[in-house]
Design a protein around this ligand. Structure first.
Ligand code: GLY
Length: 371
């Protein structure tokens, strides 16, 4: 088996000083994207991406034991938790937001206050489950018509939020949380994954009976297209569901979407923003590669022998393409680890904090492989 740890260690030697320098400037804030090479904060503390920086601080703390990372992560978490005083903007992304902050804090330091906040977030997520229709409602929408329209919407990204429910069951010994996660994963299996292994971004269900109404292109090119980050969320999310629940259908789903993703990247390992965008569109999403690579490493670890080697090699191919083409290592003033992300089809190339997070996470998974 090829030894990828050496290469991952080289990457870590590049990431460590950069993230440390960034942290000395950013501290416990919540950066989102860069402007002239400097990370700037998201508009509002409730923005779904805010905890990825905190997640990076915890990755750095685990790896270096530098206490400053823990202090900055705590500083951010204290700001985040004020959201429970209003609740108004919270939606299904409480999973992303509290997994990377309070769950990490509790798992690493045993902080009981963090555990309580993470359980509050899990309860908020569980409460979004529509018991008649079998899905977790994604967004609230603005008032009136917009909120009404979104009542039946579920999105593939939510596969990354349900691990908070699995975690809550382990803490409370109460299976209700986990059962909601499983019910949602099963609904996604049936309704989001197409026979060729591609996935939809948004599916609208009838909120009264759970019938499929229609799918939407969401952040991808159009209805029926294949938004690359959505494919990556599916790979990573189903791999996590398999790790937590052990249902082989989830591993098979993760593999099927991963195989589709790798095939779509066979010519160019830096993913297009949408695998079905017009051929002349110049739109890439580096974050999709980082998210997929981290999930594909998990798939590899669930396999053995030649299959494991194939998935590891595929993940490393994606990461190496980011290293060579998207990481501004030569510019010490550019705070991004990975450039060339895209929020949604055709809205401009930019660094995205979650691209950085999953790149660092994937590198550390490889660096710390125990074989
Ligand atoms: N909607 C979450 C994302 O942009 O991936």
């Amino acid at each position: 088996m090829t030894n990828y740890k050496l290469w991952a260690n080289e990457m870590w030697q590049k990431c460590q000083p950069k993230v440390t320098k960034n942290a000395e400037r950013i501290g416990g804030d919540y950066p989102y994207t860069t402007e002239n090479g400097k990370y700037k904060q998201a508009r509002h503390i409730s923005w779904w991406t805010n905890s990825f920086w905190c997640g990076m601080l915890w990755l750095m703390y685990k790896e270096t034991k530098d206490e400053r990372f823990k202090a900055w992560a705590n500083e951010y978490e204290n700001q985040l938790n004020t959201l429970f005083e209003s609740q108004e903007r919270l939606d299904h992304d409480v999973g992303f937001m509290w997994l990377h902050s309070s769950v990490n804090n509790y798992e690493i330091t045993g902080n009981e206050t963090s555990k309580n906040y993470a359980l509050l977030a899990a309860s908020t997520l569980a409460a979004r489950y529509n018991i008649r229709a079998g899905y977790i409602r994604a967004w609230n929408g603005r008032d009136g018509e917009d909120a009404e329209m979104r009542k039946g919407w579920a999105i593939i990204d939510c596969m990354m939020n349900i691990p908070l429910l699995y975690w809550a069951t382990k803490q409370t010994n109460d299976n209700r949380f986990k059962y909601i996660g499983i019910a949602f994963a099963d609904k996604v299996l049936e309704n989001f994954i197409r026979p060729d292994g591609s996935v939809c971004h948004i599916v609208e269900f009838n909120p009264e009976n759970g019938d499929f109404v229609k799918s939407y292109g969401g952040q991808g090119y159009c209805e029926g297209s294949s938004w690359s980050r959505g494919q990556a969320w599916a790979i990573n999310g189903f791999a996590q569901s398999y790790n937590e629940i052990g249902d082989i259908r989830y591993l098979d789903a993760a593999k099927r979407v991963a195989n589709y993703f790798m095939n779509a990247c066979s010519e160019d390992p830096v993913p297009r923003c949408d695998f079905r965008q017009p051929v002349d569109a110049v739109a890439y999403d580096s974050s999709a590669a980082a998210i997929a690579a981290s999930g594909i490493i998990d798939i590899a670890l669930a396999c053995e022998g030649a299959e494991r080697e194939m998935y590891l090699a595929s993940a490393v191919r994606l990461l190496k393409a980011l290293d060579e083409r998207c990481c501004p290592w030569d510019d010490p003033e550019d705070e991004a680890i990975v450039n060339f992300g895209m929020e949604h089809f055709n809205n401009g190339q930019k660094a995205l904090i979650y691209g950085d997070y999953y790149f660092l996470e994937a590198i550390l998974k490889l660096k710390n492989l125990n074989f």
